[in-house]
Structure formats: C-alpha cells, structure tokens
Design a protein around this ligand. Structure first.
Ligand SMILES: Cc1ncc(COP(=O)(O)O)c(C=O)c1O
Length: 484
C-alpha cells in the first residue's frame, strides 16, 4: 500500500498498553491484538497516522513473543491499515482517500455527534445578559463555585421539579463533561473501581480511566439498566463510584424505572457507594416533555447522590455551562480541587445561562417537537431502507442504538466514510471492543441531512464485504474519536 504520511504521531508503549486494556480473550494472540488495534483505529481512539512502538518494545510490554507482534503487524498490513515509513517504523492509518471523482458527492455528513442545533432565541438572551455585565465588572471575576444567581436558579429548578435544593448544593462547571471529570479526579484514587453500564457514554469512561480508576462493566439488558446486576456488583466489587444515565441513556435512549431508582439508592446507602447520576440528556423527553423527574427527587435513604447536568443538549453545546448537585461538603471539595485544572467559568456565559433558565419549560417543549420530527423521520426511513436492522422505539434523547444483526459495525464505519459520512462504531461505546453488532445514529440533523445520511448508510451497508467498501471517493472527517 502506498500512502504519504507526514510526521506521524508517535504512541509510546505505555500509552498503547493502556489503550489496549484487556485485549486477550482466549483466541490466537496475534489475531486478537490485530483486531483490537484495528478497532482502536476505526473508532478514533488511535489517531490515523500514528506510529506504533517497535516490535521488540511492545512485545516486552505485553508479555508476548516478538513473533506475535510481527504476525499481528503483518495482518494489519494485509488489511491495508499499517504500513512502513522509512525511518519512522510502522504507522497505523485509515485507508487514504483517492483524489479522483470528488465531485460526485455533496457535503460531508457528521453522524458522530448527537448535538441539537442552537436554540434560535439565544441571541436575545445573550443581549439581555450583557446588560448585567457592568455590575459584575467591579468584582475580581473568578469564583470557583459559580455566580450566586445562577446557582440559585439551578437550585430553584431542581426544587420545582421535586428535588429540594439550595444554592450551596450547586457548583457551576464548564459543561457536564467537566463536571464528571472533576468528580472523578476528586473522589477516585488509583485502581479504584467505577461501575459503568455498557454500552455507555465514551467520554465519561475516559474521565474515569484518566483519574486512574478501573472500570467494572454492568451490561444493559434489551430493556435497559439491569438494577439487580448493579446492586450485586455494588455489594461484591466494592466500587468507589457507580455512574448512571437514568433518562435517555446515551447511546440506547433507555430510561430507568422508578422502582429501580429506589432500589439503587438503597443499595448505595447500604454499601456507602456514591451514585454519579448524569442528567445531561434527562430533559430531552420527546413524548412527554417536561415530565422527567430528577433522580434527587426520590427518597435518598441516606445514599450519597451526585448529579451532573448541563445546558449542552437543551440550549446549545457552545454554551459551556454545566453543574454538579451534591451535598454541600462535597461541593466544597469539588471547588477546592478545581484550580489544578481550571479557574472557574466565564462570567458572560453564566449571565446568559441565568437569563435562559426561567425559559426552560418553553424551550423544552420546542426541543421535544424538533427532536420528535427527527426521530420519526429517522425511524421510518431506517425501517424502510434497512428492514433487517433492529431499530428501537425511543421516547427521548438524541439517537437510536441500532442493531445490525451482524458484527460489522466497524466495517460499516469504513464503508460509510468512503461515502462522506462520519459515524462512530458501536465499539466506541463499550469496553474492549464489544458492540460490533450496533451503531449509534443520531437524529439531531436537519431532515434533508438525515435523509441523505441514512441513504448513504444504506449504500454503505450494501457495499460492506464487497470491494467497494474500503477507501472512498471522498473521505469524511478521518476520525470519530470525539463523540457527543
Ligand atoms: C450522557 C452525556 N454526558 C455528558 C456529556 C457531555 O456534555 P457537555 O457538553 O455538557 O460537557 C454528553 C455529551 O454528549 C452526554 O451525552
């Protein structure tokens, strides 16, 4: 294979070993290693154009023979995704896209992100917020907890929705991802266990791993969370944290039953394990807007409950405002841990969020209508064009977790890439390469884009396994490592 690569990124043995995680599953070592590397490349966790460590080094780090590595690398070369660059060793890269015939396809379509369009009234509220800026300019500008009036408004919304909350229970963050990472970095020590549901939201898993934690998987059932399994795992694995997405779980869109919430709160209280509840997508109820109840509204039974949320999926992902709701002492710990990585939120963003929060009920009704149109269109088109796929019924959220009926998710990702569609393979939502039988299809794009994108996915699926499935005429963005 010929390809031009300038200045490949180098991946050290240590980083590669961490990315590989548990790659042995009892089969032939070279085949399993090659497959894991292929998945890491396709789902973007290894950037295209990355130089792998020398065979001898990686063999020593993984405790396998050099022949195993040579055979794994040979397999990847045969698949056209590893090649040698003189003086640079072996480079792992997605197949190059060829220059010819690049007029045949219209714009590239990004199905790797489930982000709704910005709320159209945002400029009005931004203008109102700026009127309050002069009074703020007399202060130093840094506040690790966040603007008092925004904390008050967020607390008031929790209270109105059934979870009595005071502003001291709220810390403003730079979105929900920052909130998750801050909780992880503050509460977790090296090798602590965190129970996560699989499939799950990839960047939360990344945050726990970066804090040094080990992940313990609790698989979702076809109906959603397996509360009994979670309860048993809390008892047996003695984790330091359990991470949940109770409403409109990303990627499956499932919701946790009320009885299971109570059950998990009781288990948390018995075992002393805090529950980290991610409500970033909780208010995206399409069929009954405004009716989801915060987890914190259920009787706590003395459990330690930490809720995170943000305005990313309701208002706009570009407004980097999120929050943590927790016991006041924990909130103080989170604030104290902040300066190692950030010095608080922008005052202007916080003023905007303060203006917008009272509008949430109206905004959520508009969102529900908009997301409902996208969902219904995507579901009916997928069922028409791809009748063999399992397309679920979801009542909220941003995406469909579709069953392909065969372990071909990463093959579909490559084939779609050749047709100008970037999409994330199912494996990105799991641990150690699971979920090759699924793909997440967001329904947040405008209708014409959804129509075109799903049409291209159908063409890409028809070509999977044929000579036409590989490098495309015009590649979409090379990697879908960043998934929201
Ligand atoms: C479940 C979940 N949690 C957290 C986030 C991160 O959200 P934010 O943009 O507020 O950081 C996302 C974004 O996709 C998400 O889906």
């Amino acid at each position: 294979m010929t390809a031009t690569v300038q200045a490949p990124f180098a991946l050290g043995t240590h980083a590669l070993t961490a990315l590989l995680g548990e790659w042995r599953h009892g089969g032939r070592a070279h085949a399993e290693l090659a497959e894991k590397l292929r998945l890491l490349l396709i789902d973007g966790r290894i950037r295209s154009g990355t130089r792998l460590p020398a065979e001898r080094e990686i063999a020593a780090a993984l405790g396998v023979s050099r022949t195993t590595i040579v055979s794994a690398y040979r397999r990847l070369r045969e698949r056209g995704i590893l090649y040698s660059v003189q003086g640079s060793g072996s480079v792992l890269a997605l197949p190059p896209t060829s220059a010819h015939d690049d007029t045949a396809l219209p714009l590239e379509i990004d199905f790797s992100k489930g982000t709704p369009p910005a709320w159209t009234e945002l400029p009005t509220f931004a203008a109102r917020a700026l009127q309050h800026l002069p009074e703020r300019m007399a202060t130093g500008g840094i506040d690790l907890f966040g603007l008092p009036e925004l904390r008050e408004r967020i607390a008031a919304r929790f209270t109105e929705r059934g979870a009595p909350t005071s502003p001291e229970n709220i810390l403003i963050t730079l979105g929900a991802q920052h909130a998750i990472a801050l909780v992880a970095r503050t509460l977790l020590g090296r090798a602590d266990r965190v129970v996560v549901e699989t499939p799950g939201y990839p960047h939360a898993l990344d945050a726990f791993l970066s804090a040094g934690a080990r992940l313990v998987a609790s698989p979702l059932t076809p109906r959603g969370t397996d509360a009994r399994h979670l309860e048993d795992t809390m008892r047996d694995a003695r984790p330091s944290l359990v991470y949940l997405m109770p409403d409109f779980h990303n990627p499956t869109g499932s919701s946790l039953a009320d009885a299971d919430r109570e059950r998990l709160l009781r288990a948390s209280s018995r075992t002393g394990t805090p529950l980290l509840v991610d409500e970033t997508t909780a208010e995206l109820d399409i069929d009954r807007p405004g009716t989801t109840t915060p987890f914190a509204a259920f009787p706590s039974h003395g459990a330690s409950l930490i809720t995170v949320g943000s305005v990313s999926k309701t208002v706009w992902s570009g407004l980097r405002i999120g929050w943590i709701r927790a016991d006041r002492h924990l909130i103080e710990r989170f604030a104290l841990a902040r300066p190692a990585a950030d010095m608080g939120n922008s005052v202007v963003d916080q003023l905007m969020a303060t203006e917008i929060l009272p509008e949430m009920p109206r905004l959520l009704r508009q969102r529900a209508a908009q997301l409902g149109v996208g969902r219904d269109h995507a579901v009916s088109l997928l069922r028409e064009l791809l009748p063999a796929w399992e397309v679920p019924d979801v009542h909220g959220g941003l995406a469909l977790w579709v069953g392909l009926g065969a372990p071909l998710s990463s093959a579909l990702v490559l084939s779609a890439r050749g047709r100008g569609v970037t999409i994330t393979s199912g494996s990105r939502f799991g641990i150690d390469g699971a979920f090759e039988r699924n793909i997440r299809i967001p329904f947040t794009a405008p209708i014409p884009t959804l129509t075109e994108g799903i049409g291209r996915l159908a063409a890409a699926w028809a070509a999977v396994g044929t000579a036409d499935a590989g490098p495309g005429r015009r590649g979409a963005a090379a990697e879908a490592a960043f998934v929201v």
